[in-house]
Design a protein around this ligand. Sequence first.
Ligand code: ADP
Ligand code: GLC
Length: 488
Amino acid sequence: MNIIINAFEVSPFAKTGGLADVTYSLASEFDALGHNVIVIMPKLKSINIASHNFQKLDYKLEIQMGFSTEFAAIWEGVVPNSKAKVYLVEHDEYYSRDSIYGSPEEYMDNDRRFIFLSRAVFEVAKVLDFTPDVIHAHDYHTAFTLAFLKSFYRLEERFSKCAGVFTIHNLSFQGKYNPYRVMDFSSFGMKEFYEGSWFEKDGVVNCMKVGIMFADKITTVSPNYSNEIRMAYYSEGLQNELNERGGDIIGVLNGVYYPDWNPTSDKLIAHNYTPDTIEIKKQNKYDFLKSYGLNESDNLDMPLFGMVSRLTEQKGIDIIKEKLDYYLGNKNIRFLLLGSGQQDYVEFFNYLKWKYPKNAFINIGYDEALAHRIFASSDFIMVPSRFEPCGLTQMYALKYGTIPLVRATGGLVDTVSEYNTETMEGTGFVFNNFHKDDFAYALERALSVYASPKDWEKLKQNAMKEDFSSVRQAVDYIEVFKWALEKT
Ligand code: ADP
Ligand code: GLC
């Protein structure tokens, strides 16, 4: 199959979260399965052109933006360890900025930045003489690709049989914009913008809705999330649209690209280990604690709870704050955070760091290598999310024998099961209510299993046996693509 992946972030070139991991692993796996896949993304300032060996191609793309024509160049590179080509759309005025997305106040032309890329996709395909069977667009940034495909480009021979698939990674970001601007430079015109049209939601253009309505098929990143979003609580206001397209929506569980996330071979961790040599895992924890100034007299075996996360409301920090303070002060636990985001959360974690210098290790910022070390060093990983379309960190943790403590929401339900001390089955600790006491009760269960060597060893073995490979994910997507092609 000829596949175009169209996304705003793709690892290792540019990443703010799981979206980048997933677009990267899909590209690699489609290629490994023998498909002809290309990735199209913006040439962002943070992309290291030299180290990834990108070359500028000798094409000048013409992109129609309403009544004006704008220009772009393209750069060609390769997804590491694969043959999949990556094309960066160069338009410095849009993409050469310090942040990928900025805040809506900072980057008031995000609508234009996203729509430009969504349209450029077709022009890139044309100059490369690439005839896609499927265009796979990810999240609201690239949602307009589906509208362009259905409304304009299907009229062209090259795209006449091309299916459009839209993957929702996170419904809470929708891209809501001024219709007078967007309907103009997207070339649809205000005549297409009226109450209830596929572009309109609550009086503005809603890109997420555009993706949902114009795609041939829609996926979410876990089966459970695809059910949840049909209900008001999780639908972020798009319940009607999601139910209208309900028959075309399917959940495909995200996968893990194990060549990068595997304690057996991970070059970013100090001590590699396998399920058979799991006792070595401890060395990572000891090294980590010692690097923070602790020594043998500090009881290095105290349970260590890690968290690698964007610091936003989604991630459930509100229900763990009080309990973390309590447990760090009264019980024998340590806490290790890597995260960046909202200032109030940053301040709270810095307060913990100040109050418990030997038990709370707080790393504010973004650090890919440190994330690997945390998955290898921690005993537990916390994912207490308010909602979680899929979540990757709990799956990474499982592979490293690091036990997830999660709230039962979204993909966390599909990937973690409660450990049962009777049957000795299960891979983690799961709580239902978004409430601090439910979280604390799960933490108590975790501590009691940690204190029982027989259970603790079994639990880690169960965790490491889990298989959420991105190979399976890619195979599932190919089935979705075939399904989408039936319709075109
Ligand atoms: P989301 O996409 O909602 O942020 P996921 O769990 O799907 O959540 O993916 C998060 C990804 O981002 C994981 O690869 C995780 O390791 C990574 N990550 C999150 N915060 C950081 C950080 N501060 N430094 C390094 N990696 C991070
Ligand atoms: C989103 C979601 C996360 C998911 C990721 C990759 O950012 O918040 O749950 O794992 O996308 O699909």
